[in-house]
Ligand binder design. Structure first.
Ligand code: IMP
Length: 423
C-alpha cells in the first residue's frame, strides 16, 4: 500500500478542503504535512459551511484517522478555537485526531514578529496572514523552535521564557509600533497548551510507515498552493514551507517511493490573496464577476482575493514539480455566462515566447499571451454527470487536457459535496 497526495496547483484556495472531504471515504488516514493556521479549508454539506485551519479535512467522517504531521506548525490558541467549533457541531474527535510530537509550536510572539516584519516592509509586504507562520519556520530551521513533544519533557517553562524573551528583543529591533500585552498573551497560550495536551501525541513518521506496511490507505492533504512554495513559488511572495509533493515526504517522514497518485487541484480561473506577481490578473467587470460568483474572499483573513484568467504556464510548472498524475478542476460554474474565455498559454518574456515559468514574472519582465475560447451560458451547478455538461464547457476541458497532457478526473460545479462530477 502507498500514499496519495492532494495538492493545490495555484496560489492556494483551490478548494482542497472540499475534495479531501469527497475523497476521504476511500482512505483510512488523512494527514496534513505543512503550513499551519494560515490555511482555511472550507467544507460544505447538509447546509453547514465549515472552515478548518489546522485539522485535516477528514474530520467529519466516522472511522477515519486525522494526523497533523511533523511539517505542520500549530498555534495552540487557534487550535483550541477550532476544536471548540467542532464540539458545537457535535463532531466526535475521540481517537480521530493525532498530532506529531515533531510539529513545531507557534508562540504568541511569533505572531507579533510576523506583524512587525510586515509593518517594517511597508509597500513591499508579503501580505502574510499574520499567523506567525514565517517566524515559526525560521525558528525551526534556525534550530530554536519548540515542538509539541517538548510539552512532555522537563524544562518547558524555561525554554518558553527564553524563546519569548529572545522574540521580544527581535520585535524591539524592528522599531515599529505594535501594541500587545505579553502577560495576557502568555496566559492565553498556557491555557491553550493545557487543552492541546488532551490530544494524543504520536511519533508520526513511525506511525504512518507502520500504517502503510499494514495496508492502510493514506491521503496527504496539502495546504496553500504550489505557487506559494518556498522554493518553487513566486519568491519572496510565498509562504514558508514546501507546499509541493516533496514537502509531503519531509512533512510526514514518507519516502518518495511510497507516493502513488498525486492529485493536482486547480480552479477554472486563477486567484491570489496577498501581494506578489499575478500575470493573468484582471481589473475589470469579469474579475468582479469571478469574485462575486466565486465568493472569492480569504477563508482565514476575509481579504478579497485577486482574480484573473487561467494561466497554463504556471499550471504546467506546478504539474511538473509535483509529478501530478490526475487533475481536479474546481469552480467551473463560476465561468458560466462569460461570452469569451481567455486562457494564457505562453508568456512573452523580454521579447521571447516562453512556455515555462521564468525566474521573475513581474509585470515589467513579461506579458501573458492568450488563446480565446467560446464560453457557455448554462448554469451548471445542478449538473451531476459529465454527459450533461454544455458542449462549450466540455471544449474548455478538452483544451486544458490537450495543453496539460493530463486527464481532468473530477469536476466541481459548486461548493457542496454533492456538486461533484467524477469523470
Ligand atoms: P503566510 O504564510 O501567512 O506568511 O502568508 C504568505 C503568503 O501566502 C501571503 O500572500 C498569503 O496571502 C499567502 N497564503 C498563506 N496561506 C494561504 C492560503 O491558505 N491560501 C491562500 N493564500 C495563502
Amino acid at each position: 500500500m502507498k500514499i496519495d497526495l492532494i495538492l493545490g496547483l495555484q496560489w492556494g484556495d483551490e478548494g482542497k478542503g472540499k475534495i479531501v472531504d469527497v475523497l476521504t471515504k476511500d482512505y483510512d488516514i488523512i494527514a496534513r504535512f505543512q503550513g499551519g493556521p494560515n490555511a482555511g479549508h472550507t467544507l460544505e454539506f447538509d447546509g453547514i459551511k465549515h472552515v478548518l485551519h489546522t485539522i485535516p479535512s477528514g474530520i467529519f467522517h466516522d472511522n477515519k484517522l486525522n494526523i497533523i504531521g511533523n511539517g505542520v506548525v500549530i498555534d495552540p490558541v487557534i487550535f483550541q478555537n477550532e476544536i471548540e467549533k467542532l464540539d458545537e457541531l457535535k463532531v466526535d474527535l475521540n481517537d480521530k485526531l493525532l498530532i506529531s510530537r515533531k510539529a513545531h509550536l507557534i508562540l504568541p510572539t511569533h505572531r507579533l514578529i510576523d506583524k512587525a516584519s510586515e509593518l517594517s516592509k511597508g509597500k513591499k509586504k508579503i501580505g502574510s496572514t499574520l499567523k506567525g507562520i514565517g517566524p515559526t519556520y525560521m525558528d525551526k530551521t534556525g534550530r530554536n523552535g519548540l515542538r509539541v513533544g517538548d510539552l512532555e519533557l522537563d524544562g518547558w517553562d524555561e525554554k518558553f521564557e527564553a524563546l519569548t524573551n529572545k522574540h521580544l528583543n527581535i520585535i524591539n529591533n524592528f522599531n515599529v509600533d505594535i501594541e500587545f500585552n505579553i502577560d495576557e498573551l502568555k496566559r492565553e497560550f498556557q491555557a491553550s497548551l493545557n487543552f492541546l495536551k488532551k490530544i494524543t501525541f504520536i511519533d508520526s513518521e513511525h506511525y504512518l510507515n507502520e500504517s502503510i506496511n499494514s495496508g492502510k490507505k493514506i491521503l496527504a492533504e496539502g495546504a496553500q498552493g504550489s505557487l506559494l512554495d518556498i522554493d518553487f513559488g513566486t519568491y519572496p511572495y510565498v509562504t514558508s514551507s514546501n507546499t509541493t509533493s516533496a514537502g509531503a515526504c519531509t512533512g510526514l517522514g514518507i519516502a518518495p517511493n511510497k507516493i502513488n497518485e498525486v492529485f493536482g487541484i486547480f480552479k477554472a480561473y486563477t486567484t491570489r490573496v496577498g501581494s506578489g506577481p499575478f500575470p493573468t490578473e484582471l481589473h475589470d467587470a469579469i474579475s468582479q464577476r469571478m469574485a462575486k460568483i466565486g465568493n472569492e474572499f480569504g477563508a482565514t483573513t476575509g481579504r478579497p482575493r485577486r482574480c484573473g484568467w487561467l494561466d497554463l504556464v504556471s499550471l504546467k510548472h506546478s504539474i511538473s514539480v509535483n509529478g501530478v498524475t490526475e487533475l481536479i478542476m474546481m469552480k467551473g460554474d463560476v465561468l458560466s455566462g462569460i461570452e469569451k474565455i481567455k486562457v494564457c498559454t505562453k508568456y512573452n518574456y523580454k521579447g521571447k515566447n516562453l512556455d515555462y515559468l521564468p525566474f521573475s514574472i513581474l509585470e515589467e519582465n513579461m506579458t501573458p499571451i492568450y488563446e480565446k475560447l467560446e464560453g457557455w451560458e448554462e448554469d451548471i451547478t445542478k449538473v451531476r454527470t459529465y454527459e450533461d455538461l454544455p458542449l462549450n464547457f466540455k471544449n474548455y476541458i478538452h483544451f486544458l487536457e490537450d495543453h496539460l497532457k493530463l486527464k481532468i478526473k473530477i469536476i466541481s460545479v459548486g461548493p457542496d459535496r454533492k456538486q461533484t462530477i467524477l469523470v
